[in-house]
Design a protein around this ligand. Structure first.
Ligand code: ZN
Length: 163
């Protein structure tokens, strides 16, 4: 395969913990005493993934596509934002090769949910589960992650040209 047929993208996102709302990570609702604060549904992993795809396409960032000043984006379903960007990728004749996700959370412990998150992300983007990696790390009890003030997500994505 020619290198000109490949595009790499990376995405990073952070949301503050604290709201009494569902904790959504990768489309999976995780039982916890607090959720993530944000204008949309605050799914930190889907936002990082959406940004990674936009990065691979060199099409700006999620804030440009879905401004948080826009009332339409309030409590917006992050899966729907992801679908919009996937449609853009498909129209540009790109498809996803694989996705590598890392989630940073001190609490809740995410290891019991990694499989569910993998399956959810794979289903959302239409990939087999073996093309989606999900890793979970803590904040080692230091910094905003370690103090349970925030959850971060990082995503790398590889796209290839379909024709
Ligand atoms: Zn976000």
């Amino acid at each position: 395969m020619s290198m000109e047929m490949l595009r790499i993208g990376s995405g990073h996102d952070r949301h503050r913990l604290g709201a009494e709302r569902p904790l959504l990570i990768g489309g999976v609702t995780i039982p916890h005493s607090t959720g993530l604060i944000g204008h949309s549904d605050a799914d930190v992993l889907l936002h990082a993934l959406t940004d990674a795809i936009l990065g691979a396409l060199a099409e700006g960032d999620i804030g440009e596509w879905f401004p948080d000043t826009d009332a339409e984006n309030k409590d917006r379903d992050s899966a729907e934002m992801l679908r919009t960007v996937l449609t853009k990728a498909r129209r540009g004749k790109f498809r996803i090769v694989n996705i590598d996700c890392t989630i940073f959370a001190q609490r809740p412990k995410l290891s019991p949910y990694k499989t569910a998150i993998r399956e959810s992300v794979a289903a959302l983007v239409g990939l087999p589960v073996d093309r989606v990696g999900v890793k979970a790390k803590t904040g080692e009890h230091v910094g905003p992650i370690g103090r349970e003030e925030a959850i971060d997500a990082e995503v790398a994505v590889l796209l290839e040209v379909t024709e």
